[in-house]
Design a protein. Structure first.
Ligand code: SF4
Length: 388
């Protein structure tokens, strides 16, 4: 007989509104409009009730009390205070937040204001992640960001002044026309702002985005691959020197400030995702909600449940997926702990690993962990694709 499941320790909520759409973005997001936000929050409430009702029916637990909550999007800070108030009342009617250790909100510097920050702190949000992307005006323009360079700095200072003690900044690298000096200036600014955590993402030209169309038309020239790779190394070295060692392919933190919520994903642990396009991994079933906003809202309004796809992973698939996720971490994996958690360790019988060892792209540490080396990190996605 299948044992009753326990609630996941992590909750993700997708709030999909933005002041304007960035040129590189293919997330489930749309330009903020009050009536749409109202309808979305109504739909979200229905989904919360339906999802948690179903979980309670099949669970040994009666209360959903996650350890981490992450509000992502979109730009959750695009909602005004009355809308945020409504959101938190929905959340707290369904979720016990008393056990939450890390409660993150993503914010755009353009929609950051002291009253909103004060309100979020009162609601127990204790970590804020700013989508700064760059402090260089020409790059912000290229990316279609709504905020200026000074707003990025101001937002971080405002959050500190309000009382946030855990602040993260997102930056991008490998951007068209981004020089090495541009990148160094961005990294130095982030370090000068004493960020606790930094996510540094290499630009991906996603299908259907204005930036990709511009590249296809020849009006924007991507950075040569060799430059992109040099950017990655500069990010690693500069942040490490600045006291933020790399702990994941794209993430750097002061020791103790690693993102606890994201570690749940990389450890392939269970999480519940609510909202348009949100993914969940509960009881070894991976589900993804409707990605198109109208489909999501119609499904949530009529059924509560807005799941578009479901996949139950067998033991071998779980082990493979977990390996790919956990090898993203700079600390790598403990092969024995991995084998006892997942019943197998695909690395044990992989010839590919031996090749990566020889090439210096993977290594075994003194305490027996297996990890991607610093040399391998810039090409980590290519390495991991061999374990799919
Ligand atoms: S603010 Fe974020 S979610 Fe919104 S369009 Fe820009 S990148 Fe996408």
């Amino acid at each position: 007989m299948k044992s009753p499941l326990t609630f996941p320790d992590a909750l993700y909520v997708h709030l999909p509104f933005c002041a304007a759409l960035c040129t590189y973005c293919d997330f489930a997001s749309e330009v903020y409009a009050a009536a749409r936000a109202q309808r979305y929050l109504d739909a979200l409430e229905k989904e919360f009730r339906a999802r948690l009702g179903a979980l309670k029916e099949s669970s040994a637990d009666t209360v959903f009390a996650p350890r981490t909550i992450f509000l992502g999007g979109g730009t959750p800070s695009a909602l005004n205070i009355p809308e945020l108030r409504r959101f938190f009342s929905i959340l707290k009617s369904q979720v016990d937040v008393s056990r939450v250790e890390e409660f993150t909100i993503e914010a755009n510097p353009g929609s950051t204001e002291p009253a909103k920050l004060d309100y979020l702190l009162k609601e127990c949000v204790n970590r804020i992640s700013f989508g700064v992307q760059s402090f260089q005006p020409h790059l912000l323009k290229l990316l279609g960001r709504v905020h200026g360079a000074s707003q990025g700095r101001e937002a971080v200072r405002m959050a500190r002044a309000a009382g946030f003690t855990n602040v993260s900044i997102d930056l991008m690298h490998g951007l068209p026309t981004q020089s090495h000096d541009d990148l160094r200036r961005d990294l130095d600014e982030a370090l000068a702002l004493e960020t606790d955590h930094l996510s540094a993402y290499g630009l991906i030209y996603e299908d259907g985005t204005p930036l990709k169309t511009a590249v296809e038309k020849g009006t924007v020239a991507p950075l040569p691959a060799i430059e992109e790779s040099a950017h990655y190394s500069t990010v690693m070295e500069t942040l490490e020197r600045g006291g933020l060692p790399q702990y994941e392919i794209s993430n750097y933190a002061r020791p103790g400030r690693e993102a606890q919520h994201n570690l749940v994903y990389w450890r392939n642990e269970a999480y519940l995702g609510v909202g348009v396009s949100a993914a969940s991994f509960v009881d070894f079933e991976r589900t993804v909600n409707f990605i198109a906003m109208d489909n999501y809202m119609k499904a949530a309004e009529s059924l509560g449940n807005a799941i578009e796809t479901r996949e139950t992973l067998d033991a071998a698939a779980r082990a493979r997926e977990s390996l790919i996720l956990e090898l993203r971490l700079a600390r790598g994996i403990d092969p024995n702990e991995f084998a006892s958690r997942w019943g197998t360790n695909p690395l044990f019988d992989s010839n590919v690993v031996a090749t990566f060892f020889t090439e210096g792209l993977m290594e075994k540490t003194a305490d027996g962990r297996i990890r991607i080396t610093r040399r391998g990190m810039p090409v980590a996605d290519g390495i991991l694709s061999n374990f799919v």
